[in-house]
Design a protein around this ligand. Sequence first.
Ligand SMILES: Nc1nc2c(ncn2[C@@H]2O[C@H](COP(=O)(O)OP(=O)(O)OP(=O)(O)O)[C@@H](O)[C@H]2O)c(=O)[nH]1
Length: 259
Amino acid sequence: MRGFRPAASRDCLGTVPLHPAAMSGKSLLLKVILLGDGGVGKSSLMNRYVTNKFDSQAFHTIGVEFLNRDLEVDGRFVTLQIWDTAGQERFKSLRTPFYRGADCCLLTFSVDDRQSFENLSNWQKEFVYYADVKDPEHFPFVVLGNKIDKLERQVSTEEAQAWCMENGNYPYLETSAKDDTNVAVAFEEAVRQVLAVEEQLEHCMLGHTIDLHSSSKSGEFAAALALGHWHGLLWRKEHALLCQGGMQWKAMAALTAVA
Ligand SMILES: Nc1nc2c(ncn2[C@@H]2O[C@H](COP(=O)(O)OP(=O)(O)OP(=O)(O)O)[C@@H](O)[C@H]2O)c(=O)[nH]1
């Protein structure tokens, strides 16, 4: 039986030293959130990635906690703010208020725990509802099958990949926080997914800014699309306030001008 430790008392809350790019305000702050059943290894993945430590007797999380890590992905400097949540049902009311403003959701299960895999849909729905995601089809989810170091699996790679394909074509990665397998790759993939959405948004905004000055039908269509995106991307609003000179600021400024 594992013990409990209130998130607020965890001594690992905090940040690693910022990269110079982050300190100069050129780093993008991205909030990613780890969701999944209690015991699948969310805290272990976060701690492995940020502190490179693994605790075989990890405590259950109560509420939420977060750690920051700076990284560079495809030439972009990013400060990743990783939010670890309590997976146990009894802590639902403590974790859900923290979903809003997330840029990416890492849906996590354990490959040796079938129930945790079957609960992925519930986690996805809970996130969409409490994060108030207006456009779930385009929200960047990444699915992690953790504990692949364990010999007895209850979920095959093929089955997990099929679920990802059917539920939004999400990237799927198999990880082990214990062995440090694919942990960095998983968080980098989360960043890539967010950046891909950002690039689409920026591309879209550039197009709309030009078209809105036109009185043509295509201009009207572009305006409708722009406003559609505005509503679809309202979930980003709070996050934009947290960004440090990243793309969101530019995108939000453009959207405000359009609206
Ligand atoms: N073998 C193995 N054990 C792991 C791995 N990741 C985590 N564990 C163990 O699984 C147990 C649960 O890990 P946690 O990281 O606390 O799980 P969690 O998802 O954060 O759990 P909650 O805080 O209850 O939501 C701990 O005993 C960990 O040591 C892994 O990759 N392989």
